[in-house]
Design a binder for this molecule. Structure first.
Ligand SMILES: [Zn+2]
Length: 206
């Protein structure tokens, strides 16, 4: 199975990109968006409370948009995903999209993406080894404390057991990853502004 990183060019002029209205940036700083399940430290920033209003840079609207608000997509993409057997999006946050101050009739969605748990057991073992090897990170799941002895690239487990088709990993939480199934889904549905952003990644097996 091939794996990819979704690595869009931000502020590209080919397609519209969304930006959050400055007066909508309200956060609850007591609640973080995601915590490492092993060491419990926050791995994503404070929870954004909305309102979920974004404005577009142009009217050339693709199926998938990337901007300062992250990834959003249209109803066509959402319905196709829900009708597929793909896994990895556990909720859709509805966004109100504006162009030149006027709200568009179409609804757009921000996907809430699952974190891969495949490395969890392995990380518990690594954390135990740290008692004798202080060069290992304090937490092997999110790699708290930076570089560790086995830090030689992206270190996550992949095996024949399918977990998610689109996902995040704790050691690089702001990045979105996907597998060949998700890639093929985008290709078969002819979605615009996504295929060109897939970057094949090399997997380090443990
Ligand atoms: Zn951790």
């Amino acid at each position: 199975m091939n794996y990819y990183r979704i690595n869009p060019k931000l502020f590209d002029s080919k397609w519209a990109y969304p930006e959050i209205y400055a007066n909508c940036l309200n956060y609850d700083h007591n609640v973080k968006e995601e915590y490492c399940p092993l060491c419990k430290r926050p791995v994503l920033g404070s929870k954004w409370l909305g309102p979920y209003n974004v404005y577009l840079s142009s009217k050339k609207i693709p199926n998938v948009l990337f901007g300062t608000c992250g990834m959003i997509f249209d109803m066509k993409f959402k319905n196709a995903f829900l009708n597929s057997n793909l896994k990895g999006i556990y909720n859709f946050q509805e966004y109100n999209v504006f162009y030149k101050g006027k709200q568009l009739e179409d609804t757009f969605f921000h996907p809430l993406i699952e974190f891969s748990k495949k490395k969890f057991e392995f990380s518990i073992e690594q954390n135990e080894k740290r008692q004798n090897n202080k060069s290992l990170p304090k937490c092997s799941l999110c790699r708290n404390s930076g570089r560790g002895a086995y830090d030689d690239g992206i270190n996550f487990y992949f095996d024949e057991n399918r977990e998610y088709d689109i996902f995040r990993i704790y050691e690089n939480p702001s990045q979105i990853y996907c597998n060949q199934e998700f890639y093929d889904f985008c290709l078969q549905n002819n979605f615009t502004n996504i295929i060109e952003h897939f970057e094949r990644i090399v997997i380090n097996q443990h």
